[in-house]
Design a binder for this molecule. Structure first.
Ligand SMILES: NC(=O)c1ccc[n+]([C@@H]2O[C@H](COP(=O)([O-])OP(=O)(O)OC[C@H]3O[C@@H](n4cnc5c(N)ncnc54)[C@H](OP(=O)(O)O)[C@@H]3O)[C@@H](O)[C@H]2O)c1
Length: 261
């Protein structure tokens, strides 16, 4: 049997950035664990990855389902110890056009997916990674973590939460041999973003995003923020007084979604 060189788990691998990451990592002697809710889309990505030489296992799981996530991740890790885990699955939603604020069910579902879903993806594998004293964790946040968009308070809050969680976890694990990187993309032209009608400065394709993320994880960067210029503007913008910053906000719109069935 050919020896395995690397095992990578990606949540939200059925589409967009997760799919691009799966294809970017797919090669011989690599085992991929690909997670998502859509079996059809996951199988399509898995087939493409197998054609590139990777061994693939798919898991049809909702990241909000804590005990199912724990069981699958621990079983998978027992069979093939995970080297890289990327908690990428996420949803984006904002206020309906005819309302001033988001609906409460949408906010709850978004925070459960984007925040608790990240914890459910990472926490089950940490004890085993710590025992092995190796591993790399990637948490997909957003540049929206730095800028509170009035159309999408819950989305921005969810991305700030996982940014802070990831940076704190990175320091907690500093002596343990495990790296933690927080990924903060700007606009990436995935199905999620294609649904948005607002202004999308510096938008990049998913393949370019995947290249930047893979490079950043390899270097164990604390924050992988891109594209460079937009990341700089956004992070500086986040430091502006609210009275100044709010004049720049109206061009960035996020509409309501029905992603929580
Ligand atoms: N695109 C951007 O411009 C951008 C910018 C900043 C940050 N991000 C972040 O990047 C990540 C990926 O987004 P994307 O743009 O690639 O969006 P996407 O094309 O819509 O992909 C989202 C992925 O997350 C999965 N997912 C969503 N909810 C899930 C759940 N409850 N359980 C399991 N899987 C779930 C989806 O799979 P199923 O539908 O099969 O469940 C899909 O594979 C998200 O965290 C997003 O917030 C994106």
């Amino acid at each position: 049997m050919t020896p395995i060189s690397r095992t990578i788990v990606i949540t939200g691998a059925s589409s967009g950035i997760g799919k691009a990451l799966a294809l970017r990592y797919a090669r011989k002697r690599t085992v991929l664990g690909l997670m998502g809710r859509s079996i059809a889309r996951l199988n399509k990505v898995a087939d493409e990855c197998r054609q590139l030489g990777a061994a693939v296992q798919v898991a049809v799981l909702d990241v909000r389902a804590r005990s199912e996530m724990e069981q699958w991740l621990q079983d998978f890790d027992n069979r093939t110890p995970i080297d890289i885990l990327i908690a990428n699955a996420g949803v984006m939603a904002g206020r309906p056009t005819d309302a001033a604020i988001e609906s409460s069910p949408a906010s709850n579902a978004l925070l459960e997916t984007n925040v608790l879903g990240v914890l459910n993806s990472i926490q089950p594998v940490l004890p085993q990674m710590m025992a092995r004293r190796r591993g790399q964790i990637g948490i997909v946040s957003s540049l929206a973590a730095f800028v509170p968009l009035p159309d999408a308070p819950s989305y921005c809050a969810s991305k700030s939460a996982v940014l802070t969680y990831g940076l704190a976890l990175r320091n907690a694990l500093r002596q343990s041999g495990i790296g933690v990187s927080v990924v903060c993309p700007g606009y990436v032209m995935t199905p999620m973003m294609q649904q948005e009608s607002g202004w999308k400065p510096f938008a990049i394709p998913p393949d370019t995003a995947a290249d930047i993320i893979v490079r950043g994880l390899r270097r164990n960067r604390s924050i992988i923020a891109f594209p460079f210029l937009f990341a700089l503007v956004t992070r500086v913008g986040g430091l502006l007084p609210d009275s100044v910053r709010r004049w720049t906000m109206p061009r960035f719109t996020v509409g309501e979604r029905t992603l929580f069935d």
